[in-house]
Design a binder for this molecule. Structure first.
Ligand SMILES: [Mg+2]
Length: 185
């Protein structure tokens, strides 16, 4: 049995702008009044993308959860809006809301993804900032700082922040979970 942990970011992954990569009629939008925040957030998502995530969550031997600066609000506020993830665990650092949304070299999300590899056979990490963060490390850091990202066990899914996840991402994730095969392109 191969257990896979799937870590899902929200902004730029599920909450994304309506573009043509999902059918127009699948796009939804809602205003959220976050708990304990004097603020209003507008979120937009495709029900098709959410359904794809739901299918992944329902796969055998998959443990799926949120990894987002929404922290507890992922479950409390975002999940009820999209109708998915209200019972998913939420990984976050206690001060995650205080840290920048953009990654820095010691990115707390990367620490959590790395930790997940110690308990799961495979990890799928979906975040629109992974490419930016990897570029930062390649430009500035010691070259071994990305060595933990074992391509045999970790699939880093890096959607364009404006589009969020598309059908190709969902296909790649399902294949990696089922067979360990990685996308070829
Ligand atoms: Mg994001």
């Amino acid at each position: 049995m191969t257990r896979t942990t799937v870590l899902v970011d929200i902004d730029g992954v599920v909450n994304a702008r309506a573009l043509t990569h999902w059918p127009e009629e699948t796009w939804r939008s809602r205003t959220i009044y976050p708990t304990s925040l004097n603020d209003v957030w507008r979120v937009t998502w495709s029900a098709a993308a959410v359904n794809g995530l739901r299918e992944i969550a329902d796969m055998p031997d998959v443990d799926i959860g949120w990894l987002s600066t929404w922290t507890r609000r992922a479950r409390a506020d975002f999940a009820p809006a999209i109708g998915l993830g209200g019972d998913w665990p939420t990984s976050h650092r206690e001060d995650a809301e205080a840290v920048a949304v953009e990654p820095d070299l010691d990115w707390w999300k990367a620490d959590i993804a790395r930790d997940a590899l110690t308990s799961a056979d495979r990890v799928v990490w979906i975040d629109d900032h992974i490419s930016l963060w990897m570029d930062m490390l390649r430009d500035t850091g010691p070259h071994d700082r990305l060595d933990w990202m074992d391509p045999a066990r970790l699939l880093a899914v890096r959607p364009d922040a404006r589009r969020g996840m598309d059908r190709r991402h969902l296909i790649d994730i399902r294949r990696f979970i089922l067979t360990g095969e990685r996308p070829t392109a």
